[in-house]
Design a protein around this ligand. Structure first.
Ligand code: SD4
Length: 290
């Protein structure tokens, strides 16, 4: 039976419940992760994913999303996608309906509309209000912008078949066109049925430079447990990328047998876990020695 993981307490709760419902309805792990991320993207109260998220410095929401299957290393992704939801479905369509791995920006949007999605304004009254507040006083809300973690990265496993997926609007007030780790195969997600799956969330530039998800899956390939593999990746980042200690850089991993783990460079991280369609449980992780 299936094991499903979802990141961060509030957005992860939305995602894990929707994913669980899909499992209970007999959906595949891929369908469950798509349902979970779609629910989180649709929730206007989550400010770093989908509708109602905080925009870039031009006041435009740009979405990043990705999905990967461990069975054949198939992958699909979109980045800097504007004005269509759900980004995770567009990423899945890139994987299933094109010969490519990633589509970007306006061309990703054109593809999404061609495939049947409706263009729409993703800003809410609240996201406009917060953006205007930031314009008036960029310094005062910068710290807040970096403390919000509503990116949802999900891992799933069913009988040793691994799936990884992620969706985010990235950092609030980012430079237009900025892309983080979340849509990058190997950085934000990785899945390989030979070893397991891993994902990342937090400071995308650091996680990308460390190829955090690929690194963690390779560590499981050397025989480390998911928890040991996550700790090894975080220790590597703390050593090689000292900046990664300043903001949370989180990795999570799922083994082929449903075992799981996570580690963070900073702060407390919450991971939702749903096993075999049972009630989701939340687990807390803190930096080692912190
Ligand atoms: C990014 N990794 O775009 C994302 C942000 C994130 O919780 O995960 N926030 O850098």
């Amino acid at each position: 039976m299936a094991t499903i993981l979802a990141t961060w307490e509030e957005p992860g709760k939305v995602a894990i419940h929707a994913a669980r419902q899909t499992v209970l309805n007999g959906g595949s792990v891929l369908d469950s992760l798509e349902a979970g991320l779609t629910a989180a993207e649709d929730d206007p109260n989550l400010v770093a994913i989908g509708r109602g998220s905080l925009p870039n410095s031009d006041g435009e929401i740009e979405l990043d999303a990705s999905v990967m299957l461990g069975s054949g290393l198939e992958a699909g992704a979109v980045c800097a996608l504007r004005g269509v939801l759900p980004a995770i479905r567009v990423a899945r369509w890139v994987m299933e309906r094109t010969e490519h791995v990633m589509l970007t920006g306006d061309q990703a949007r054109r593809f999404a509309i061609e495939q049947g999605l409706r263009p729409q304004n993703l800003m809410t009254a609240e996201s406009i209000r917060r953006y205007e507040e930031w314009l008036r006083s960029p310094e005062s809300v910068a710290e807040y912008a970096h403390s919000v973690h509503d990116t949802v990265t999900m891992l799933g496993e069913d009988g040793g078949r691994m799936v990884a997926a992620s969706s985010t609007s990235g950092w609030a007030y980012k430079k237009p066109g900025r892309v983080g780790d979340s849509p990058i195969v190997g950085a934000g997600i990785y899945a390989d049925d030979e070893h397991g799956a891993a994902g990342a969330t937090g400071w995308g530039e650091q996680l990308w430079r460390a190829c955090a998800s690929f690194r963690t899956v390779q560590a499981m390939g050397r025989g480390l447990s998911p928890q040991e593999a996550c700790e090894e990746t975080v220790a590597y980042m703390q050593r090689r990328l000292p900046g990664s200690r300043e903001l949370p850089c989180v990795v999570l991993a799922l083994g082929k047998d449903g075992s799981f783990g996570a580690a963070t460079t900073k702060g407390e991280f919450h991971l939702w876990v749903c096993r075999d369609g049972g009630g989701p449980q939340v687990h807390a992780y803190r930096p080692k020695g912190g």
